[in-house]
Design a protein around this ligand. Structure first.
Ligand code: WT7
Length: 643
């Protein structure tokens, strides 16, 4: 499968939580006796006010799943209060600012007070159990306080990545009918301000249902103020009590909504519930990262993505860990920043995305090797396939050939890691996410839906429910069924392709649907196309991904101007700006090719397979073009290919 050698479990992990024998035994039991296994796990790893009546119930024909129903718990209590007897003074969050001279330590006791004050402030504005609260924040501790304060009072948070445009923010606020928004005056990244409040104002102009906008003062920059609606975070929390009775939540009460892109339509509001999600977050954090007391854990994701939810906030805190939250970017002030931070805060585990690894690799070894990194014990990768070359560099240079790398496959919809090595149990193969986590039953399917036995390649599907399974698409359960449970009866369809080797290891090959993965950010080709065709001069657009050295995938857009319109550089710029305005800077096309015609079948369907091949410059292998309405357009696209 790969030319690169296997890396056996190192001696330094011989005392890990899970060794080979234990993995085998626990995995087998999790499949053979799921009710007993998960019941024990839930009692061992979480604090409950009342135990459940049913461990699990699911029906893939209608996409329904329920875990620990009847069980009562509160996620903020599990992440904070239960640790106070032993860890009140231990650091819960280390915050590292964009400016290397800016950092802070927040203890579990301080976290409790901050979260309770905000929870009380939200209650004072009428927010109650089941209400949706939108969080549009930079990477500051208040973002985590906001999530946990919602959890404390049973409100459902919907975090929107701070890099999304006002238009994208507006869509998400309206879709889940949020009446409260928490934001900041400005964010700071790489020394530059990001106008979060101004973006929020633009979004809220179209959201009359929002009665409260809480504003964290991060920079003190100039902002507009809508009196009544807008409230300073520090003023409201400043007068609030530091104790707040937690809302008792059923395990199946919603915890959060998080929007993610699919192959069609607008982004979907993925809904996760309290008990099952928190259990998967807690267990995967403990076992995948082999977490030890008092270690510092650093996940570089933004809290706007699921990785930030599960591995900056819920997973680490539920385990009483110290979680590092970084406001900045890996290349500011220079490409050595990450390793400087590792040394400064004595980070034991560093968890990032392949795109960051490739970008840092491209700069060379010196920014890495001038740091010590002696505190590092383990490295992690998430978000897209990691190419073996990047894996080897990460292993050899960043980890000094000492630290195992856990390549973790999962999705917004799975809530937590699903395929991952456990560092004390799994021999590593560079480029493979290796083996399923406890309770995860995988299969590879052929096109016709038959299961592949043994080694082979196919569609990656999941055969039975797991605790942190997506429960619904907010407001549209039919869309959940159509997207995940209708492709193949009785299976959850991941949208990914994979191969399985002779050792049962999984190698994710990437999306098999019209979803792009650009620098680990997920985007529907349809979303970018919709933005492009908003332009009056554009008749049609088709977007595909193509291999990109740093981003993993780049965005290649074929654009057909209206009759009589002459393509120009200024039109190109306007199209790029339209994508930024509709979605955000992450949606900027890398290539725009003017296409007088697009390859279509006689029924009018665009043949993306051909467009992908042209974008990839695989011109010898275009496949069958005989069903095209006008085969001539293909040659024209090839002749005018942008390189
Ligand atoms: C898609 C999910 C997982 C949280 C961050 C992304 C791709 C994710 C891996 C990996 C290969 C991966 C898949 C998946 N992906 N992790 N280790 N190896 N591909 O969450 O935005 O919901 O995206 O990311 O294609 O379907 P997401």
């Amino acid at each position: 499968m790969s030319e690169f050698p296997v890396h056996p479990v190192p001696a330094s992990f011989s005392d890990a939580h899970i060794d080979k024998a234990r993995y085998q035994a626990m995995y087998q039991r999790s499949i053979a006796e799921p009710d007993a296994f998960w019941g024990e796990m839930a009692e061992e790893h979480l604090s409950w006010d009342a135990l459940w009546h049913t461990v699990r119930a699911f029906d893939f024909s209608n996409g329904e799943a329920a875990w620990f129903s009847g069980g009562i718990l509160n996620a903020s209590v599990n992440c904070i209060d239960r640790h106070l007897p032993a860890r009140a003074d231990q650091t819960a969050f280390i915050w590292e600012g964009d400016d290397p001279n800016d950092s802070a330590h927040i203890s579990y006791a301080q976290l409790k007070t901050e979260v309770c004050k905000l929870a009380n402030a939200l209650r004072s504005r009428g927010v109650k159990k089941g209400d949706r609260v939108c969080i549009y924040m930079p990477m500051v501790p208040e973002a985590a306080y906001a999530m946990l304060a919602c959890a404390r009072i049973g409100a459902i948070h919907s975090v929107v990545f701070g890099g999304f445009s006002p238009e994208a923010l507006k869509d998400r606020i309206l879709d889940s009918d949020c009446q409260t928004v928490i934001t900041a005056d400005e964010g700071v990244r790489g020394g530059k301000p990001i106008p979060l409040k101004a973006n929020t104002d633009k979004a809220l102009a179209a959201c009359p249902g929002v009665h409260t906008c809480l504003v964290v003062k991060r920079t003190g920059g100039q902002i507009d103020w809508h009196s009544g609606r807008d409230q300073w975070y520090h003023e409201l929390t400043g007068v609030a009590a530091g104790d707040c009775e937690p809302e008792p939540m059923d395990a199946e009460d919603p915890l959060f909504i998080l929007y993610t892109s699919g192959s069609t339509g607008k982004p979907k509001g993925v809904l996760h519930t309290t008990g099952g999600y928190l259990l998967q977050a807690t267990m995967t954090f403990k076992y995948t990262f082999d977490y030890r007391n008092n270690e510092v854990f650093w996940c570089t994701a933004d809290v706007g993505w699921v990785t930030g939810h599960t591995y900056i906030v819920y997973g680490p805190l539920s385990n009483g860990a110290t979680s590092l939250m970084f406001e900045g970017v890996p290349t500011y002030p220079d490409a050595g920043r990450c390793w400087e931070v590792v040394d400064k805060h004595q980070v034991a585990t560093f968890y990032t995305a392949p795109t960051a690894i490739r970008a840092l690799h491209a700069v060379g070894d010196e920014p890495v090797t001038r740091s010590s990194r002696a505190s590092l014990r383990l490295l992690g990768s998430v978000g897209e396939p990691i190419n073996p070359e990047a894996w080897e560099w990460y292993y050899r240079v960043v980890g000094d050939s000492r630290c195992p790398i856990v390549d973790t496959w999962w999705q917004t919809e799975t809530g937590g890691q699903m395929i991952t090595p456990l560092p004390g149990a799994t021999d590593l193969k560079p480029g493979s996410a290796t083996l399923p986590f406890f309770g995860v039953e995988l299969a590879l399917l052929n096109e016709d839906g038959s299961e592949i036995e043994g080694p082979g390649a196919g569609y990656l599907v999941i055969k039975s429910s797991w605790p942190s399974q997506i429960r619904t698409v907010y407001g549209d359960h039919q869309r959940l069924i159509d997207t995940y449970f209708s492709h193949y009866d009785g299976y959850y369809f991941t949208g990914d392709g994979a191969t399985r080797d002779e050792d049962g290891y999984y190698w994710i090959t990437g999306r098999v649907d019209d979803v792009l993965n650009v620098s680990g950010h997920r985007m529907g080709t349809a979303e970018v196309e919709s933005a492009l065709v908003l332009h009056d001069d554009i008749a049609e657009a088709a977007v595909v991904g193509y291999p990109h050295d740093i981003k993993g995938q780049g965005i290649y857009a074929y654009v057909t101007p209206m009759a009589g319109v002459t393509p120009s550089d200024s039109l190109r710029d306007e199209l790029v700006q339209l994508c930024v305005a509709e979605i955000g800077p992450i949606a900027k096309p890398d290539v725009i090719q003017w296409a007088p015609g697009l390859p279509k079948t006689r029924s009018g369907k665009i043949m993306r397979r051909i467009l992908r091949k042209i974008a990839e410059n695989e011109l010898e292998n275009l496949g069958d073009t005989s069903t095209l309405a006008d085969p001539g357009v293909v040659q024209d696209l090839i002749d005018n290919r942008s390189s």
